[in-house]
Design a protein around this ligand. Structure first.
Ligand SMILES: [Zn+2]
Length: 124
């Protein structure tokens, strides 16, 4: 197991399990430490909140009240539940890593599509 995530912020991914299985979305937040990602508009959880007064002594006037209701929020998904959609062949794919050396001698890890009939670099 590797601690480096192959999915990054900004990637297009497909959900592999759960109620949003098969849907695609853009990664808006990545948490490599937790191995989780937040995908835009997917894995939405609803949180019901009750109206409650805010305790505030710094303001004049009556007590402030937070409106109750339902808050919809994209919850983090385990990165194992998503698959990167290759920007070249537009299909969900496994990702391979290659180390490329630039002209300046700097080494960079480059992700590539693992599909045999594609194999293109993902990071350009
Ligand atoms: Zn591809």
């Amino acid at each position: 197991m590797s601690s480096t995530m192959k999915v990054k912020k900004g990637d297009l991914v497909q959900i592999l399990s759960g109620k949003d299985r098969g849907k695609q979305g853009r990664v808006i937040e990545a948490y490599p430490r937790d191995g989780r990602v937040i995908v835009e508009n997917l894995n939405i959880v609803k949180r019901h909140t009750r109206p409650k007064p805010i305790q505030s002594s710094s303001r004049m006037g009556g007590p402030q009240v937070t409106p109750g209701g339902v808050i919809e929020k994209a919850a983090p998904l385990p990165v194992g539940n998503v698959m990167l959609v290759c920007p070249v062949c537009k299909r969900p794919t496994r990702i391979g890593m290659t180390v490329k050396e630039s002209k300046g001698g700097e080494k960079a890890r480059v992700r590539h599509c693992k599909r045999a009939d594609c194999g293109q670099e993902i990071d350009k």
